[in-house]
Design a binder for this molecule. Structure first.
Ligand code: DMJ
Length: 720
């Protein structure tokens, strides 16, 4: 795309200017031979010598080239890892990908990563201002974005065929490094061993059998086709699995019975969510079984930790939805295939909220000790993360070796990561009677509670594992890297029976800080939003991630906290709804910017690099809380619109849903070929709970949801 400014090679043309007239291979060979013979002996010797030199040089440089490739793939690992919410930003030149700031970098990034230019004012110390970094790793305070390459590359972007007819080009054919794992666990012998070794994440991808590949080549997948199918699927399905529409499987522990909501007005929407789940599950089962994530467009999978993330994240959702058969086959995989005894580096936070949280909640819902045993095994393997000078845990743990370390580029941990593992570890102590789990995470909260550097209860985004001090001070957000700190302050307080005053104090102070420094209204329509503060400069931008806040505020108000928290929740809920409604696809962008001047035409402005949607749950999560507490059916209607948009623009015809590149382009939303595990673990679960009118279906007075939507029991209050 950007040609080199100077040629770094010299071309030597030996051919006859008329040689293009030879189109016969034999003639060409003869001609070459003739030319060779015409050369003098000296010339021939020189050429042979040069060729020999080239060969030797090639052989000698082979190891270093492979090293470079390894380095490159490490960097891809790093980039892919950073396509997550809460990864630390590497220091110095690490994020520089391209030849120059502002230009499209070499295509080393994973499929989701577009580059962005980091402006000086908002960059944490670790990032070189002006460097080109992938959008997913740009701290949330980062502003304008330079270039976003299409996620799937030029070969796979949708192209227009006929008037307004978007067609998905055939996904690139990939090498087939592993036999395809399809279907139920009986076909999966040995299929779950992660290839992640020594802390390096190696993304694995497979495609289906070659025969099927040929078939696929013939078939052009129509995006419009997927949308049509999806439209039909959002209609209440008359054939929808009636046998499963009854009660969920009876829990082993009758005390944990979860009744299925079937009230008349809600049943069709509930069934539509179950249909969506089944469709997502079908894709996962067919093309990614036992692996971390489905790549629904290429019909392959992505591996992050090699722990069957999607499967485990989905367990309690299936139980809640009463999907017995799906649950049974997933349980079988957990029993026979899931092993934590593997040499793999996992992220402490992600593994805790998705895997440990998923296992614990499934244990509570089912009473099946299999899940508790797995949770105990995993919990004990995560403990080495806490062996740091400061007791602030490292971000990464090798669960096979029992070693832990920070990311390669820093000794910092992300604040939200170290303060959003508490619900799960505390629950593990409760269940095992081993106080150690609770002690290590409570220690983190105690340290953060007393730490200087907060701004009216708002916390910086990083904390150092050596010093235990905040770093990169001065940037305050409720979005990525800080979000679930606030969520877990309240939820730990609720989990513990509302007895831990420090948690409540920190939460109340933080919400005051949010109101004072971060809450503003847009000029045109007075929409209330939560912006960011960067070294005292207000930035009118809000991550979709912040849409957890209305739900959390409502939860607090329901638990006796000030009524104005609920008022703010109502206003923010409206804004999150508008972030969907004002987009052409009806789906929210990853980040919204808000207009402060009333003369500005629109309230919500989306920058090119922020137009993607990763199937995130935060808005439907908050809609669930808002509906539970207000009974205002508009919240259900808003959720219903969102489900329909997911079905229209993200549903992939052969199974699964995909994150998309552009919520503003309904003709070509640009599939990204990834279904995040939280779509099944959170998004669909919260939609299901939102449409249910049964207040006893995971009562909010009995359960507290972890940040990955896994319900954990609220402990009984100790006698006073
Ligand atoms: C989930 O993994 C969790 O909800 C986390 O707290 C935030 N990011 C994703 C969903 O967006």
């Amino acid at each position: 795309m950007y040609p080199p400014s100077r040629k770094d090679f010299i071309s030597l043309t030996l051919s006859d200017p008329h040689s293009h007239t030879y189109n016969n291979g034999k003639h060409r060979r003869q001609s070459c031979w003739r030319k060779w013979k015409q050369l003098s002996r000296l010339q021939r010797s020189l050429i042979l010598f040069l060729l020999a030199l080239l060969l030797i040089f090639g052989l000698l440089s082979y190891p270093s080239i492979t090293e470079q490739w390894k380095g490159l793939s490490d960097r891809e690992d790093w980039l892919e890892l950073n396509d997550r919410d809460l990864k630390p930003v590497p220091p110095g030149v690490k994020p520089v990908l391209g030849p120059a700031a502002g230009k499209t970098p070499a295509p080393v990034a994973g499929p989701h990563l577009g580059p962005a230019v980091v402006p000086d004012a908002v960059v944490p110390d670790a990032v070189v201002p002006g460097a080109v970094v992938p959008d997913a790793v740009v701290p949330d305070a980062v502003g304008p974005v330079a270039v976003v390459p299409d996620a799937l590359g030029p070969d796979s972007v949708a192209e227009l065929k006929g008037p307004n007819m978007p067609i998905l080009a055939k996904p690139p054919i990939k090498k087939k490094p592993f036999p395809n794992k399809r279907g139920p666990p009986s076909l999966q012998k040995g299929g779950n061993v992660s290839d992640t070794v020594g802390g390096e994440r190696q993304e694995q991808e497979v495609v289906q059998d070659e025969g099927e590949e040929e078939e696929k080549e013939k078939k052009i997948v129509s995006w419009r086709g997927a949308m049509i199918e999806a439209d039909q699927a959002t209609e209440p399905s008359p054939s929808a699995n009636e046998k499963e529409a009854a009660a969920p499987p009876a829990p082993a522990n009758p005390a944990d019975t979860v009744p299925l909501a079937v009230s008349a007005g809600a049943v069709d929407r509930l069934e539509a969510v179950r249909d969506a789940f089944r469709h997502a599950w079908k894709g996962y089962k067919d093309y990614a079984w036992g692996h971390d994530e489905l790549k629904p467009i290429s019909k392959s999978f992505g591996e992050w930790f090699g722990l069957g993330l999607t499967l485990i994240d989905s367990l309690d959702t299936m139980w809640i939805m009463g999907l017995k058969e799906e649950f049974a086959e997933a349980k079988d995989w957990v029993e026979k295939e899931l092993s934590f005894n593997k040499n793999v580096d996992v992220n402490l936070f992600e593994t805790t909220i998705r895997v440990l949280g998923g296992l614990l909640s499934t244990y509570h819902l089912t009473g099946d000790h299999l899940f508790l045993e797995k949770a105990k095994d995993l919990g004990s393997r995560l403990m080495p993360a806490f062996k740091t000078p400061s007791k602030i845990p490292f971000s990464d743990v090798n669960i096979g070796k029992g070693t832990a370390h920070p990311p390669r580029w820093t000794s910092d941990s992300t604040l939200a990561e170290v303060t959003s593992i508490q619900l799960e570890f505390r629950e593990l102590s409760h269940l095992t009677q081993d106080p150690l789990y609770q002690e290590v995470v409570n220690e983190v909260m105690k340290l953060v509670h007393k730490l200087p550097g907060k701004h009216d209860g708002l916390v910086p985004m990083f904390i150092n594992t050596n010093s235990g001090q905040f770093t990169h001070k001065g940037v305050f957000t409720l979005g990525a890297r800080a979000d679930s700190y606030y969520e877990y302050l309240l939820k730990q307080w609720i989990q513990g029976g509302k007895t831990e005053d420090d948690l409540l104090e920190d939460y109340l102070q933080a919400i005051e800080g949010v109101k004072k420094h971060l809450v503003r209204q847009t000029g045109p329509s007075r929409l209330t939003f939560v912006g960011e503060l960067s070294h005292n400069r207000f930035n009118a931008k809000m991550d979709h991630l912040v849409c957890f806040l209305p739900g959390t505020l409502a939860l607090g108000a329901h638990n006796g906290l000030p009524g104005d928290h609920m008022d703010l929740a109502v206003q923010l809920m409206e804004t999150c709804h508008q972030m969907y409604k004002q987009m052409e696809t009806g789906l929210s962008p990853e980040i919204a910017h808000f207009s402060l001047q009333s003369s500005d035409g629109r309230d919500v402005v989306v920058k090119p690099a922020d137009r993607h949607n990763l199937l995130r749950p935060e808005t439907v999560e908050s809609l669930f809380y808002m509906y539970r507490y207000t009974k205002d059916t508009k919240y259900q209607d808003w959720g219903w619109e969102i489900l329909q948009s997911f079905n229209k623009y993200t549903k992939v015809s052969d199974g699964g849903y995909t994150s998309i590149n552009n919520v503003r382009d309904p003709v070509n939303p640009g599939p990204r070929d990834k279904m995040e595990s939280f779509f099944l673990g959170e998004t669909l679960k919260y939609l299901y709970l939102l449409f249910s009118d049964d207040l006893e279906l995971l009562s909010l007075d009995k359960y507290v949801f972890n940040t990955e939507a896994h319900p954990l029991p609220i402990w009984p209050s100790p006698p006073k």
